[in-house]
Design a protein around this ligand. Structure first.
Ligand code: FES
Length: 79
């Protein structure tokens, strides 16, 4: 069920840092835009953006916490 790592555009010339949250989203610091599954670029102004890696979020490319529900049901959405 896991999805490919998303493409991310940095904000300005600042550093772009990505850290996978175990069993959850990719946490991206310094992003200006994240590309969705359909190729559309989505703006973000958050200091840290949580990008879905499990493919189950209703708000993709953003993590909406669904990975936690799946985990509680014994499903590991990210392998
Ligand atoms: S990683 Fe997919 S909903 Fe959180």
């Amino acid at each position: 069920m896991a999805v490919e790592e998303p493409d991310v555009r940095p904000a300005g010339d600042g550093p772009l840092r990505c850290r996978p949250c175990p069993g959850g989203p990719l946490l991206v610091r310094g992003a200006a835009q994240v590309q969705g599954d359909d190729g559309t670029w989505h703006d973000t102004t958050r200091p840290v953006t949580a990008v879905c890696r499990c493919g189950a979020s209703a708000l993709r490319p953003w993590c909406d916490g669904t990975h936690k529900v799946l985990s509680q049901r014994g499903v590991n959405p990210i392998e």
